[in-house]
Design a protein around this ligand. Structure first.
Ligand SMILES: Nc1ncnc2c1ncn2[C@@H]1O[C@H](COP(=O)(O)OP(=O)(O)O)[C@@H](O)[C@H]1O
Ligand SMILES: [Mg+2]
Length: 271
């Protein structure tokens, strides 16, 4: 319905396809080859490819599997082998794995093959997919959310997972602590985000940048670089929106005025 409305001249902020493309979990994989994400990230759209490849990536170390739908850590699994596995190119399907879900940091033990079968649900239906990326252990230091109003950084949220041996989730309901910080405290990261906007835009399909979006980062394991974990273009989960409402309104007006120069169909300009 939103697509139809946009087709008929209503301005979507953002356009629904922009929202889908920026917010999808495969955005990380589409940025592969850039310094924003690790090299070994994969997206699976069908069960056979997932079942074929995941035992190989898991042989390289602990992985995070992310379903595309949902938020707040549901269907986001850290997967690690249990016990000594030696130097294998591929983890046998009978191997025991420990799976921790970011929703609440709860742990389940599975046989790898059975866990892979369980994940088939995440591949079903429209936009079903699984992102497979390395687990970044410095998540314990926090996930750093850069909160954007189009191309402006509004604030930075430092989200620290709960303490506890299995906790890796920076989602609010799992007990993570959120601290809102001024962008001035994170100059390097802000430079990276601002400087990457044209690249992000191009790699994700050349849609207009969303009105409100976030880029979430985790520190890399052995170098002090920031790794993009996901982009959110809907349900960004901020609680201080009234503070931002003036800025949001200004941005919308600015966009409408800019658009009116080229688009005379706006209702507001017809009399
Ligand atoms: N590669 C990763 N390494 C370590 N922790 C991760 C990784 N990816 C995600 N997480 C953790 O899992 C949480 C949920 O994952 P995320 O990609 O943000 O999905 P969503 O917020 O849509 O549920 C993150 O907040 C973070 O704490
Ligand atoms: Mg998240």
């Amino acid at each position: 319905m939103l697509r139809e409305l946009c087709k008929n001249g209503l301005e979507g902020l953002p356009h629904p396809d922009a929202m889908v493309n920026y917010g999808a979990k495969n955005a990380v994989e589409k940025l592969r080859g850039t310094s924003l994400v690790p090299r070994d990230v994969y997206t699976y759209y069908d069960f056979e490819t997932f079942k074929f490849n995941f035992p190989k990536t898991l042989a390289k170390g602990v992985r995070v599997l992310k379903q595309n739908r949902g938020s707040t850590g549901e269907g986001i699994w850290r997967v690690e082998t249990i016990g000594e596995i030696g130097n294998k190119k591929e983890i046998p399907l009978k191997t025991k794995v420990k799976c921790t879900e970011a929703k609440d940091n709860h742990v389940e033990e599975w046989e790898l093959g059975e866990f892979i079968d369980f994940c088939v649900q995440y591949l079903d239906g429209e936009n079903g997919m699984l992102l497979d990326m390395p687990f970044l252990e410095r998540i314990t230091e926090g996930e750093i959310r850069v909160f954007m109003l189009r191309d402006k950084t509004m604030n930075v949220v430092h989200k620290k997972p709960a303490s506890g041996p299995d906790a890796f989730s920076a989602t609010l309901f799992s007990g993570a602590k959120y601290r809102y910080e001024s962008p001035d405290k994170w100059p390097d990261l802000i430079n990276i985000v601002q400087g990457s906007i044209p690249l992000i835009r191009e790699k994700l399909g050349n849609y207009d940048i969303p009105l409100i979006w976030t880029a979430d980062f985790i520190l890399d394991t052995d170098k002090d670089t920031y790794v993009l974990g996901e982009i959110n273009a809907s349900c960004v989960g901020f609680t201080t929106h009234l503070e931002l409402s003036d800025d949001v309104a200004d941005e919308v007006i600015r966009l409408m005025e800019a658009d009116s120069v080229v688009n005379r169909n706006w209702m507001a300009f017809q009399n």
